[in-house]
Write a protein that binds this ligand. Structure first.
Ligand SMILES: Cc1ncc(COP(=O)(O)O)c(C=O)c1O
Length: 476
């Protein structure tokens, strides 16, 4: 991200802003691509004699409808369009007519817009929440949320009690983490909590910064977040597999892992190690819940659990009281607390989610069941595309029993860790860019450029076009 902003000037950002506004106007004025596709899907549903029932959520037919629509799109343009699912082509046409716009400006802006699209935004979840409708709507009167304080009796004094209650309830319903005898610290996304954890766990009086490591391939933001302020307290030290330095260190354990989806444990295993468990993806739509996680410091986020990345809410479950106090202090210094409005909205979303998954719920389909099925369909589509193409591979996972869903299943991660298998392709990202598919290279994850990371959480339309495009890349 940092690099991107260095490359793109203010002028480019202005152009993006114009482009996005034009896109918005187009949305309001015209029938969007989405609506057209929806109407195609509805036609197909009607042709099949399906009767829709708003009260019951169903995803089983959607993927076939979308792929029908996609086949039409691909057939119309012979697969030549850059995969565009958010009005980028329409914006491009308008932009080309802007006076004084050079070809280089145009390409830069288009690339920046695509960068945002391949960044792992969890827009797949819109479908569930749209069908839930008004149940998650909240109204906050103007006189509410004026005070900085939420609960002065709590170590985390800016934690909204309703949000805390719903977090504990959700973990009880899903069974993925122990909350008893833990302090709950809320953050502006788990990104802020990650930084609060580094601050709280670093020795304050050490002669040199403590090393921060994670096993490659690791979440690509860890190095840049750790080193962005060139802290005297902590310093990124790279791949945990090759970490040999004596003394204390902090190891980040992401499980299931971003980008490859594998369940993980710490790899350094030395007595002076301090562990931070990033459990952003330890939810039943992605992986089997085998046991309630019971680590010293665990990070969670609504971005990957409910899909509300824009709400910017995460939480930490912390065993040690002093660590919880220091994390709270960091957030106090950094942002004087966390948006109350966001916490209240998150509380409502979590409440509706838990209601939907309680046994004998009359609230429509359980959020996790619905999105588990979505992910299963997407992974099936991807594996078929990979097989048809013959040029790529994705990881194989063993099935495991899930205590929440009550059945065995194979992990279906939020990202696909795709490998270009052909010997002559060293840079899989450029190869796919040449096929008009934008991905993130394995290099960003401390790994080989033969790999790329692909978001599995995009909207149906985008995702279906991607698998269609991938399946048609064959040895020429
Ligand atoms: C492993 C991991 N941790 C944390 C985050 C960021 O979460 P948040 O949106 O809550 O800051 C991400 C986002 O991609 C992630 O993959």
């Amino acid at each position: 991200m940092e690099k991107i902003f260095r490359v793109f000037s203010l002028k480019h950002l202005l152009l993006v802003s114009i482009a996005l506004n034009v896109s918005l106007i187009l949305r309001v004025m015209n029938l969007s691509e989405k609506e057209i596709l929806n109407s195609w899907s509805q036609e197909e549903e009607l042709a099949k004699g399906h009767v829709s029932n708003n009260r019951h959520l169903s995803s089983s037919s959607s993927s076939s409808s979308s792929s029908f629509a996609n086949t039409r799109i691909e057939a119309e343009d012979g697969g030549e369009k850059v995969i565009n699912l958010d009005h980028v082509i329409a914006v491009a046409i308008i932009m080309l007519s802007l006076p004084g716009l050079t070809k280089t400006d145009f390409i830069d802006v288009m690339l920046l817009m695509f960068f945002f699209q391949c960044s792992g935004d969890p827009t797949m979840y819109e479908k569930y929440w749209q069908q839930v409708g008004d149940k998650t709507t909240i109204v906050i009167p103007g006189w509410q949320s004026l005070s900085y304080f939420s609960d002065v009796s709590n170590i985390c004094w800016f934690l909204e009690p309703d949000f805390a209650k719903e977090v504990v309830r959700l973990h009880r319903v899903v069974g993925n983490a122990i909350t008893e005898n833990r302090h709950l610290v809320v953050g502006t996304g788990s990104t802020q909590l990650f930084q609060a954890a580094l601050y709280a766990l670093s020795p304050q009086d050490a002669l040199e910064p403590i090393s921060v490591v994670s096993a490659a391939p690791f979440y690509s933001s860890y190095p840049s977040i750790t080193d962005c302020l060139k802290s005297g307290l902590y310093k990124w030290a790279g791949d945990a597999h090759s970490f040999k330095k004596d003394g204390p260190y902090i190891e980040l354990v992401t499980s299931p892992n971003n980008p490859d989806g594998f369940v993980r444990q710490s790899v350094v295993n030395r007595s002076e190690g301090i562990l931070v468990h990033d459990l952003a993806y330890y939810w039943p739509q992605y992986t089997s819940i085998s046991f309630p996680a019971d680590h010293d410091l665990m990070l969670f986020t609504v971005s990957k659990s409910t899909g509300h990345a824009g709400m910017r809410i995460g939480w930490a479950l912390v065993k040690d009281t002093e660590v919880a106090k220091k994390m709270t202090k960091y957030i106090e210094l950094n942002t004087i607390g966390v948006s109350k409005d966001s916490q209240l909205r998150a509380a409502k979303v979590l409440k509706v989610l838990s209601n939907s998954c309680e046994p004998n719920s009359s609230e429509g389909e359980c959020f996790f069941e619905f999105n588990h099925r979505q992910m299963a369909t997407r992974w099936k589509q991807l594996r078929m595309a990979v097989q048809k193409s013959g040029l790529f591979s994705v990881p194989e996972f063993p099935p495991q029993f899930c205590t929440f869903l009550g059945r065995d299943f194979k992990p279906q991660p939020a990202f696909a860790w795709l490998k270009c298998e052909q010997e002559e392709i060293d840079d899989c990202e450029s190869f796919l860019r040449g096929k008009k598919i934008l991905t993130r290279s394995g290099r960003h994850f401390g790994f080989s450029s033969k790999y790329v990371r692909i978001s599995m959480l995009d909207r149906d339309q985008n995702y279906n076009l991607f698998v269609e495009r991938l399946s048609n890349i064959i040895i020429s």
